[in-house]
Design a protein around this ligand. Sequence first.
Ligand code: GLY
Length: 375
Amino acid sequence: MNTPEPGPERIVPVDVQPHPYPAIIAPGGLAGLGAALRKRVKSPRAAVLTDENVRPLYAEQALAALRGAGFEPALITVPAGESSKSLERLAFVYDALAAAKIDRTSPLVTLGGGVIGDLGGFAAATWLRGIPFVQCPTTLEADVDASVGGKTAVNHPSGKNLIGAFYQPLFVLVDTLTLATLSDRDYRAGLAESIKHAVIQDAEFFDWHAQNVERILSRDPATLGALVEHNIRIKAAVVARDERETTGLRALLNFGHTVGHAIETAMARRGAPWRHGEAVAAGMVAAAEMSVVSGRLDRSAAEKIIDLIARFGLPITAPLKGHEAELMEVMTADKKVAAGKLRFVLADAIGHATLYDDIQPEWIEAGLRRCLAVS
Ligand code: GLY
């Protein structure tokens, strides 16, 4: 994969039927939010959902762009963090939509990371049985993965993302300049999903990561544009063929996520929450090890995957050694369990993965041994 010039705008079609939509990637793209929305929506009203961290950084730009296109936008702000993916916070968003008189023709814009996209997307899917919505992601994790494909959800006390809907946006608008204010930790966490896409679908993209670690970590604009575009192309191709995760193709995007979600839940319970991408990074280490012990992947390929995760400064172990039973309990409550059987996405090679349901307990044990350390 070559690194192209940082063009002003890149558009990736997301061909989900019956309502395909574009993902627009542009440095400074938020300025075009109002015009892009006005082309698609007539209503004078709109709402913008954001969080307390993003609000002071980008809300005014989004509101100004909407006002410039003739909208009277209401701003809805929730606390930052996973705790906002709750039914209580969802009720707060519904109340705000009602107060802003958001009718069935009025759009909701989500401005933030994966939590805001998930919460706002589910609010949009359910308010008045569905209103138009737009995803404006501001984190790398949301740019390369969560904002595309229409998965929306809030959490239930028994597990992550258990209450949700597939609901596609009118468009996704990625303003890559918003990545400049992302903390180093959040930026690296987003890279976990990029490595995941490479491992499951694209060996050339994997090598590109390995050859461009410094440029990627320094957020070089051309490299960033190329990285976001290529990830969205991979994600769009998957969701266009399996929007509802029925054929097993979209499920491949869960590589590293079964153990990853369990780590994320366990760390949050300990009051030391990890970023989603950090948990996925350690989860991918477990999945790579499981791929080897189940005879699907060469040891050298697994070590290359683990080495790349480490080179991006992502965790390859979680401090949960001795807590395997708790992780197993969380994994079996996960919605990825089918007919009581744990299913795992395993890599058959770098660039190719398969969903397996013949998972042996000793493979999981080996995966956990590899990705857990004493605290
Ligand atoms: N992030 C996984 C998916 O969208 O299916």
